[in-house]
Design a protein around this ligand. Structure first.
Ligand SMILES: Nc1ncnc2c1ncn2[C@@H]1O[C@H](COP(=O)(O)OP(=O)(O)OP(=O)(O)O)[C@@H](O)[C@H]1O
Length: 258
């Protein structure tokens, strides 16, 4: 379970995220969406303990990530958008290291299974510095999933993955949640979010524009009608952004003396 309560992050005078609250229950995939600079990575960095909230709290499996970092970090797997992997280790060596760190049982067999799943068996004994971007991304995904964590936190998972791997990863996230675990992901891929997320929050300039299931968002944006399955997330997303821009324009006009 993930609980974000009144999370605010300021960099100097710039407020990157303002008073953000949401909860992700076990069994759910939660999508954090928004334009460039909306505050998604800033939120993820708080969730994984890489940055201290200016205000508010962030909890994973009941542990305050900043106050109880070891307990919180034992409870989640993290797939960053730009994973750092030790180039002088082989893929298999890195995964063994992760397995030991998290005390994974029968780690070698699990690692073989994962390497086979991602078609990496042959390159498993090569140095990571020789891996392509997509291969590195796959190793980062295996590292996060190897301990079978109760919570999975993912920043832009699909960058660099081929279509086959992208589908595998989508199914992995869904399957992880369906086994009672919690998944939170950020993505610019609206079709991905629509396909796997139970609930979505749309951020812009650090503020929440919309939150809920696809049906909630359709109702909020008045886009419920149309199409066999109602409006797509893409249309809802642009509607929310447009509404915010119009609101911003009205605020600016109201502030300018004539
Ligand atoms: N270390 C930092 N110092 C100062 N400002 C920062 C820092 N990190 C992020 N910001 C600012 O915070 C805001 C939110 O950035 P963030 O990286 O969270 O956006 P994002 O939603 O992840 O964007 P993108 O989709 O482009 O990755 C931006 O205005 C950014 O310039």
């Amino acid at each position: 379970m993930i609980e974000v309560s009144h999370y605010t992050k300021r960099y100097g005078r710039h407020e990157a995220v303002s008073d953000l609250s949401f909860t992700v229950q076990p069994g759910a995939v939660f999508g954090l969406l928004g334009s460039n600079g909306a505050g998604k990575t800033t939120t993820i960095r708080a969730l994984v303990g890489l940055t201290r909230p200016t205000a508010g709290t962030v909890r994973v499996q009941g542990y305050d990530v900043w106050a109880q970092p070891v307990k919180a970090k034992a409870a989640f797997g993290y797939i960053p958008d730009r994973p750092y992997l030790y180039g002088k280790l082989t893929g298999r060596e890195l995964l063994r290291f992760v397995g030991q760190l998290y005390r994974v049982e029968r780690a070698d067999a699990e690692i073989d299974r994962w390497l086979d799943f991602f078609r990496l068996t042959e390159s498993g004994n090569e140095l990571l510095e020789t891996y392509s971007h997509g291969m590195r991304q796959k190793v980062a995904i295996i590292s996060a999933l190897l301990p079978d964590p109760p919570v999975l936190i993912v920043d832009e998972p699909m960058v660099g993955l081929d279509p086959h791997a992208a589908r595998q990863v989508r199914e992995l996230f869904r399957g992880h949640a369906d086994r009672g675990r919690t998944v939170l992901l950020t993505t610019h891929s609206l079709p991905l979010a629509e396909a796997v997320c139970d609930r979505i929050v749309v951020l812009d300039h650090g503020k929440v524009l919309g939150e809920g299931s696809m049906d909630d968002l359709r109702a909020q944006t008045g886009t419920a009608a149309g199409g066999v399955h109602g409006d797509s997330l893409e249309r809802i997303f642009f509607r929310l952004i447009e509404e915010e821009q119009q609101e911003e324009q009205r605020r600016r006009e109201a502030a300018v003396p004539v």
